[in-house]
Design a protein around this ligand. Structure first.
Ligand code: C5P
Length: 258
């Protein structure tokens, strides 16, 4: 599914094959982020900047990764009223995000406002527009917490598929989900829809705070478009080897898919 999902040619979105492994730069400083990008680029073509690094050093983190030639998934999980989210999506587009995300729980109007703002800003600046994707149910939430603590009815899987359909109908490019929901989302939203999966763990790695985890090969075989991996790479004794092993597993799962 990875290669079938190439997005080149679709409305100035600029993503290529080696970008399908996204390494999460969950660190606190530009120096640490820069060290990881130096080590891993160009083997890894895209890096994720989430709330930890962004709130520590600001948009300079995006600039640092882009200056080295890599792409950036800005994972700030926007969730607010539509006009505020639109303003944030506009700003992140201007900073050169290749992917940005919002919470599906913010509703259709909010998702549409984000996608429209990103598209309009990219076109005003003459740059490729970022993919705008919706976060469904976080991979650190399990069924007991979902029903008990959060008071949400039904299964996580049903909620993820319903929110994915909502994102699809709002015109978003895709969703973030656990690997366990990928096959159902793919069936519901079709081959072009982008599915980004965190919660990926090579055999033998600790799950940490992630609950709904799967191997890189498993996620690719089920139809994931992009895998997000943080600690199994950045906290490994040898991050280059850890990334290479994951890429090799993704590659052989892809060959078996085709
Ligand atoms: O270290 P690990 O591989 O668990 O990192 C996963 C990354 O993906 C983290 O940066 C986390 O914020 C992010 N993420 C997630 N679940 C989501 C969305 C993003 O784990 N639903």
């Amino acid at each position: 599914m990875l290669l079938k999902n190439e997005l080149m040619g679709r409305d100035m979105v600029d993503i290529t094959a080696r970008d399908h492994l996204i390494v999460a730069l969950d660190v606190d400083s530009l120096a640490e982020a820069g060290r990881l990008v130096e080590l891993l680029f160009p083997r890894v073509g895209m890096f994720k900047i989430g709330m930890r690094l962004f709130n520590s050093v600001g948009p300079a983190a995006i600039q640092l990764v882009r200056d080295r030639g890599a792409k950036v998934f800005v994972d700030l999980k926007l969730h607010d009223i539509p006009s505020t989210v639109a303003g944030a999506a506009r700003a992140l587009t201007g900073h050169g995000a290749a992917i940005l995300n919002v919470h599906a729980a913010g509703g259709t109007a909010m998702m549409k406002a984000a996608a429209e703002a990103a598209r309009a800003e990219a076109s005003a600046l003459g740059i490729p527009r970022p993919l705008v994707v919706a976060v469904t149910v976080l991979t650190a939430i399990d069924q007991a917490v979902f029903n008990g603590e959060l008071g949400m009815p039904g299964s996580i899987r049903e909620r993820v598929v319903a929110w994915s359909r909502m994102a699809f109908e709002a015109g978003l490019d895709g969703v973030v989900s656990s690997p366990h929901e990928v096959a159902d989302i793919r069936r519901t939203c079709g081959p072009e829809f982008v599915i980004i999966t965190p919660g990926v763990r090579p055999a033998g790695d600790a799950a940490g705070d992630q609950k709904r985890v799967m191997s890189p090969g498993g996620a690719v075989r089920l139809g994931a478009s992009y895998l997000v991996v943080g600690r199994p790479v950045i906290a490994a004794p040898d991050p280059v080897k850890a990334a290479a092993d994951i890429l090799a597993e993704m590659g052989s799962a892809q060959v078996k898919n085709t």
